[in-house]
Design a protein around this ligand. Structure first.
Ligand code: NAP
Length: 279
């Protein structure tokens, strides 16, 4: 039976540590505020935004909320970001994605000052990660590294296969695993022999965005399996990119959905906010 990697517990530990750190920073006269911008009222985005604001409150940093109508123009959004970039009281800026189709996501990401880019999506942040310099790291992959380290998973020298090459998960994940001295393979929709490649992985990270795509056949005996996927069915039940019932008996350790990678993303966002305060 696989050991469950408990993301809820680990994220709670991280938030506790951050709370103490924020209290100390406050004693030294350093305050933190995260600006959260949402354009439109997509229900899933509203839940994410609400949870992010709650997490800020929990660790003791302020949050400024900008709930803009769906009709907001790109110029209006860029003007707000420019103001927040200049505002010394704001340490972090987050635009909840996706933005409506008439707004260019890349232009928005590029407009956020790299010093306040707590999502770690700005090209400067990604570039810093690529060449091993200090910078904000995308929260989900950073959270996975914390899950592995705090569960005492040996990464150094291990074969890591990542399924997915998105800018927010797959690519930064690969760079982080490389930084930890894993031997990294990135796979995507053009990869041939995916099953065979995955079944060689000591650490398998599934960020494919397809419900229960990774079946037992993809998993090496005693592999560590990290499931990034989030899929909600008509009854609101969550499942991941991994077919848990088939993967769990083969894996040595596995993240569940829910309660695995999911809670880590907000914890690492809070980590980045505290980093922004310190900087
Ligand atoms: P994405 O942008 O849709 O990327 C999916 C990746 O999977 C792409 O690189 C795609 O390849 C690859 N892919 C698709 N079909 C494939 C196939 N048949 N074989 C191999 N690779 C295939 O998704 P994402 O944003 O990275 O997110 C991935 C999953 O994680 C989603 O379920 C998402 O909801 C979830 N997620 C969770 C969190 C969290 O906090 N837990 C955060 C972010 C995302 P191509 O590049 O060739 O198209």
């Amino acid at each position: 039976m696989a050991q469950i990697i408990d993301g809820k517990k680990i994220s709670a530990e991280i938030k506790e540590e951050l709370k103490e750190q924020v209290a100390q920073l406050k004693k030294d006269g350093i305050e933190g505020t995260l600006a959260v911008i949402q354009v439109g009222d997509d229900p899933a985005s509203s839940v994410y935004v609400r949870n992010k604001k709650k997490a800020c409150e929990y660790i003791g940093i302020g949050s400024k909320s900008y709930e803009l109508p769906e009709t907001t123009t790109q110029t209006e959004l860029l003007d707000l970001i420019a103001d927040l970039n200049q505002d010394d009281a704001v340490n972090g800026i987050l635009v909840q994605l996706p933005v409506p189709a008439h707004i260019d996501e890349k232009t928005i990401i590029n407009a956020i000052s790299p010093a306040k880019d707590v999502d770690g999506f700005h090209p400067e942040s990604v570039g810093a990660l690529t060449i091993g310099q200090k910078g904000f790291v995308s929260c989900t992959p950073a959270g996975i590294i914390e899950l592995l380290k705090r569960s005492n998973v040996e990464i150094d020298g291990k074969n890591c296969v990542i399924i997915g090459r998105s800018n927010i998960v797959g690519k930064p994940m690969a760079l982080l695993m490389l930084r930890e001295n894993a031997t990294v393979t990135i796979t995507h929709s053009h990869t041939q022999n995916l099953k065979e490649i995955c079944s060689r992985a000591d650490i398998l990270i599934a960020a494919v965005g397809k419900k229960e795509f990774i079946t037992g056949e993809y998993i090496k005996e005693n592999a560590v399996v990290i499931d990034v996927g989030i899929h909600r069915d008509e009854n609101n039940k969550l499942s991941g990119d991994v077919k848990y019932d088939e993967a769990e008996p083969k894996a040595s350790m596995i993240t569940p959905v829910p309660g695995g990678v999911g809670p880590m993303t907000i914890a690492m966002l809070m980590h980045n906010c505290v980093e922004a305060m310190i900087r």
